[in-house]
Write a protein that binds this ligand. Structure first.
Ligand code: ASP
Ligand code: MG
Length: 395
């Protein structure tokens, strides 16, 4: 009978020192000794990718994209070799592979490439010999044989793509938190770890600011039905299992996006503002279309570019934050959320209701208060009193 195969991915902090690499090796050995074939994906040691970016920027603020990829992939190459050496020292056979060696093919979009296909033959050959295979995350190779990278945070995507291609039982993402939380615990102290989450809710959370998983990773896992588990590399626990199509909860969580900018223009200019943003590759996170005003909300980093291009047509721009409540029943909390926030003296500038989310635009100095109010009402209270059910029942 074929042994079950699991893919384990370890992020930068998990491989941040020789000591930590040692504990990662122990986790891998545990999985191997449980009778699994194990493929491991590693990130660069924490801080390393930033250090390399910084070196490149000392030469050129816009370095050559191909060469930047050559430079950045070195970070993961260090971790994979150190981890393989540690496993050898502990008596286990392991081989490390770059993206190129593991035949992870991508398009040619340097610095933000997408995986097109993976030829699993070399990895499978090593697994058959009983080896632990360690693959460098965040990197691949294009049709010309040039090294590419998948965009910052891309190792999650490498792991899930490998899990899909190898038909793994589960893709485990080990990180510095012990799962996906109902909100950012730094903002809302009583945020809760979610034991289970469905793909649509996780995708919405990742798209709207939850940083725990790279968005393409979630999308890939959903598309290929690869069960994902987010776990802590430092503590024991079940983490969060992400699987399934059905939205599990009335309200699953609240995602926060700080550092956003709202750019206003005349109503008749709105569609050209949106196409301009698309041309520049800027993601429009929210569109506001009212009788009196039209606006888009984008990330602050991208706003300078858009303002330059759209210049005189911009009526006003201001910093805002977005709060996105995710779940299957967000349509039922539009009225009550506005009520609760106005009681808490939070001014909601705009809201956007989508199938599984309700996004609220608030000012940056009120976003933390707003997140706490909504979390208390819809997540804490739901667990203790079935708050939402009552509202839906009588509403
Ligand atoms: N090392 C890369 C980064 O820091 C990729 C990753 O860690 O996922 O973005
Ligand atoms: Mg990450």
């Amino acid at each position: 009978m074929k042994m079950p195969l699991i893919v384990q991915k370890f992020g930068g902090t998990s491989v941040g020192s020789i000591e930590r690499i040692h504990s990662v090796a122990e986790k891998i050995i545990e999985a191997k000794n449980d009778g699994n074939q194990v493929v491991v994906v590693v990130s660069a040691m924490s801080g390393e990718t930033n250090r390399l970016v910084d070196l490149a920027n000392q030469i050129d603020c816009v370095p050559n994209a191909r060469e930047l990829d050559v430079l950045l992939t070195a970070g993961e190459q260090v971790s994979m070799a150190l981890l393989a050496m540690t496993l050898h020292k502990l008596g286990y056979e392991a081989t490390s592979m770059t993206g190129y060696q593991a035949k992870i093919h991508t398009d040619s979009n340097h610095n933000n490439a997408a995986i097109t296909h993976i030829d699993t033959t070399p990895i499978e050959a090593l697994l058959e010999q009983g080896q632990i295979v360690i693959v460098a995350g965040f990197q691949g190779v294009n049709h010309k044989g040039d090294i590419t990278t998948l965009g910052r945070g891309g190792s999650d995507t490498s792991a899930v793509a490998l899990a899909g291609a190898l038909d793994a039982q589960e893709c485990q993402i080990y990180t510095d938190v012990d799962g996906v939380y109902s909100c950012d615990p730094r903002v809302v102290k009583d945020s809760k770890r979610l034991p289970q989450l469905d793909f649509p809710s996780m995708e919405e959370m990742a798209r709207c600011g939850a940083k725990v998983l790279h968005l393409p990773c979630v999308q890939f896992a959903w598309k290929h039905q690869v069960p994902l588990r987010v776990l802590s590399s430092f503590e024991k626990g079940e983490g969060t299992l992400i699987s399934g199509e059905e939205c599990l909860n009335d309200i699953s969580g609240i995602a926060i996006q700080k550092d956003m900018v709202l750019i206003e223009c005349a109503l008749e200019e709105l569609s050209s503002l949106i196409s301009q943003a698309q041309l520049l590759g800027i993601e429009v996170c929210s569109v506001i279309e009212e009788t009196e005003r039209a606006a888009v909300v984008i990330k602050r980093d991208a706003s300078t570019k858009l303002k330059l291009v759209f210049a005189e047509k911009i009526r006003n721009s201001e910093q805002v934050s977005l709060l996105t409540v995710v779940g299957s029943r967000t349509q039922d909390i539009v009225v009550s959320s506005h009520g609760l926030l106005s009681e808490g003296e939070v001014d909601v500038q705009h809201h956007l209701l989508q199938q599984q989310s309700l996004t609220l635009v608030v000012s940056p100095d009120q976003v933390d208060t707003a997140a706490n109010i909504l979390h208390k009402a819809y997540i804490v209270a739901r667990e203790t009193q079935g708050y939402l059910k009552k509202e839906v029942h009588f509403g």
